[in-house]
Design a binder for this molecule. Structure first.
Ligand code: NAI
Length: 418
């Protein structure tokens, strides 16, 4: 079996952590039991480019139990949990090509190694796999039934590919499922981003001026949790509707140029480029902390920060201090990469349970509907989304009500009025 991980001797620690995560993933476990019996992926090759975390391990194992041949590479050079990669190789016989801290060249070398098995299904988090296949490895297209996409940024890229008329196979937009973005992006990113900032800096959040750039699903999660810990939260947005929501949710809303002057901690969560830029760094207070939780490391203009600086040094793990020409210091966390996955462990398993239940069922959907699907980006079917929510509630012991037949009739009528 081929693989490339940091150290297989870390496997024991990884397997205990995977077991811990599995306990919090009851919906995925149910799906795994079904896959184990039915073997729907027999003979199917799946290449997955996902953050190599304990939860991803549970997903890979579930797909393997379903008969798939699974290979994994990382969707970020810094997010790999090396003990998890080691355990997947040693205990689960799943080929992993990922090492925390790998450079760009190794990142793509690993991706190509995961692609070498000529996958039938690709699982992506950020669309690097699909983009590589569509640009550099087009020979693989003829074996591909379809792919799934985990995150907002990946969906944006894939919809652009579709719009350009260049998408060559169906994609299931897992991120767009309600059981994904309403929970993973909001509560998952909310909690784990704060976790990453605290682990990296050990800074008190209470009383801090906390600036959140982007009030999408991730941004509102981060804002909500920062406020919960006593921060004074400001939101910066470009979308008037979302900015208005932030105002009515009780946040200070202002331009980034204004907020740059008083922020203690800045978090970007936009999926956009150069949010925190030269003009903002110059205005910032001494000691400002910058973190990104959007998919790519483009939200903070690090090249501009370096250019403004006369000195830089590593202060702690995942904290790089930059001293600007004006003498003020700015601390950049996690090299501007997703702080929750680099400095902490990513989202808790409890929430990834729903995201990865979607991934597992979306992969099955691709197999079952391979003849019917076009070269398009599809939403997760509503029935599947609802079923995952139902199973999650059931696993939490939560009971909900049912419509009576009178209510069903009322809700489907138009005649009854005042
Ligand atoms: P979203 O589309 O719901 O929200 C993005 C928001 O950023 C929008 O409201 C948009 O108007 C705003 N925005 C765009 N450009 C801006 C600018 N120049 N200044 C201020 N605001 C701006 O997207 P979502 O789901 O919140 O995802 C955001 C990013 O986080 C994406 O890159 C996504 O892939 C990533 N993500 C990261 C996760 C993590 O584990 N850290 C988990 C899930 C998503």
């Amino acid at each position: 079996m081929k693989y490339d991980v940091k150290d297989v001797r870390l496997a024991k620690k990884g397997s205990l952590r995977i077991e811990w995560a599995r306990e919090y993933m009851p919906v995925l476990s149910l799906i795994e039991d079904r896959f184990k019996k039915e073997k729907p992926f027999k003979g199917i090759r799946i290449s997955a480019c996902l953050h190599i975390t304990t939860e991803t391990a549970c997903l890979a194992v579930a797909l393997k139990q379903g008969g798939a041949n699974v290979l994994l590479c990382a969707s970020n050079p810094l997010s790999t949990q090396d003990d998890v990669a080691a355990s997947l190789v040693s205990h689960f016989k799943i080929g992993v090509f990922a090492k925390k801290g790998e450079g760009r060249a190794t990142y793509y070398k690993h991706m190509n190694m995961a692609l070498d098995q000529r996958p039938n299904i690709t699982l992506d988090d950020g669309a690097d796999l699909v983009s590589t296949v569509h640009s550099k490895r087009r020979d693989l297209l003829k074996d591909i039934i379809g792919g799934t996409e985990e995150t907002t940024t990946g969906i944006i890229r894939l919809r652009n590919l579709e719009k350009a008329g260049k998408l060559m196979h169906p994609i299931i937009a897992v991120n767009d499922a309600d059981t994904k973005h309403l929970f993973d992006n909001r509560y998952g990113t909310g909690q784990s981003t704060i976790d990453g900032i605290i682990r990296a800096t050990n800074r008190l959040i209470a009383g801090s001026q906390f600036i959140v750039c982007g009030y999408g699903w991730c941004g509102r999660g981060v804002a909500m949790r920062a406020r919960g810990m006593g921060a004074i939260v400001t939101v910066c947005e470009v979308d008037s509707l979302r900015a208005l929501e932030a105002v009515m949710d009780g946040y200070e809303v202002t331009s980034l140029k204004e907020a740059a002057r008083y922020g203690d901690i800045f978090v970007t969560a936009t999926g956009d480029t150069s949010i925190l830029d030269k003009e903002h760094f110059k205005l910032m207070k001494d000691g400002a902390i910058l973190a990104n939780t959007g998919h790519f490391n483009v939200e903070i203009n690090i090249a501009a920060l370096k250019k403004l600086s006369k000195k830089t040094r590593k202060m702690r793990d995942f904290v790089q201090e930059y001293t600007l020409g004006n003498g003020k210091k700015i601390n950049l966390l996690a090299d501007g990469r997703l702080v929750n996955l680099v400095a902490a462990e990513g989202h808790p398993a409890h929430v990834m349970d729903m995201s990865f239940a979607n991934q597992a069922l979306a992969s099955l959907f691709l197999i079952k509907n391979r003849k019917k699907l076009d070269k398009k980006v599809y939403r997760v079917p509503e029935a599947m989304d609802k079923e995952i929510a139902r199973l999650k509630l059931k696993s939490m012991g939560v009971t909900i009500d049912k419509l009576t037949s009178e209510q069903e009739k009322y809700l489907s009528s138009w005649e009854a009025g005042t």
